[in-house]
Design a protein around this ligand. Structure first.
Ligand code: G6P
Ligand code: MG
Length: 214
């Protein structure tokens, strides 16, 4: 059984993926194209600037000026922050709290491993900031998922070896990152999309410790 569980935030603990999507969609509209849910899969787990690059390529738009790109990313983030500032505890996904408490009572450490620079804001909004033993977010890493940096850093700060960790992820890039880190990974979402995960769950509702036995 793993000694620690590392949770992605967006799409695993809370459904902020929908707010990211709304904000990117709004930016796409302003740039004159439609951005669909299918295209949005590619943005999950990916850093803000890389997401912008993908969005622009979907719209067939070429921008060379770095400052213009930064302004666009900032605009998207402003809208995104407006959405997340409205969040409450009620938006924690079903079964998450119960599962986290189950882990804690079994002496298993818990961490957040997210690419988001808004991680602390979100955790504060939903009242979970002090629950995690370690939080590694977009402000502490230099390489975005699928690079394993975020999860390896979490393991290091937790003082456990990568092979003693189990990661929970909703994104293809995140599953790749966990695998390259040498960790077990449980996908949260659609098994046809998350097919490289060791297991896939639809939600945390009713899950027991048996879930993290491999
Ligand atoms: C998470 C989300 C991505 C998002 C990234 C950066 O990994 O899944 O969709 O682009 O974080 O988030 P940020 O809040 O820093 O823009
Ligand atoms: Mg995610």
């Amino acid at each position: 059984k793993p000694k620690a569980c590392i949770f992605d935030l967006d799409g695993v603990i809370v459904d902020t993926a929908k707010y990211h999507y709304l904000a990117w969609k709004r930016l796409a509209k302003e740039l004159g194209f439609e951005f669909t849910e299918k295209d949005n899969e590619r943005l999950k787990g990916v850093s803000r600037m890389e997401s912008l690059e993908i969005l622009l390529s979907v719209g067939g738009i070429k921008i060379d000026d770095e400052n213009v790109k930064l302004q666009l990313a900032e605009k998207k983030n402003k809208w995104y922050v407006e959405y997340i500032n409205q969040m409450t505890k009620d938006e924690i996904l079903p079964g998450v709290i119960e599962f986290l408490e189950l882990l804690k009572s079994a002496g298993i450490k818990v961490a957040i491993g997210s690419a988001s620079k808004n991680t602390i804001t979100i955790l504060e909004r939903i009242g979970l900031k002090d629950f995690f033993d370690v939080i590694i977010d977009g402000t502490k890493i230099s390489k975005a998922k699928p690079d394993p940096e975020v999860f390896l850093k979490a393991a290091e700060e937790l003082s456990v070896r990568p092979e003693e960790c189990c990661v929970f992820e909703d994104a293809v890039a995140g599953i790749q990152a966990a695998k390259s880190a040498g960790m077990k990974v449980i996908g949260v979402g659609d098994p046809t999309i998350l097919k490289d995960a060791d297991k896939v769950i639809q939600s945390f509702q009713g899950q027991t410790l048996g879930l993290i036995e491999f």
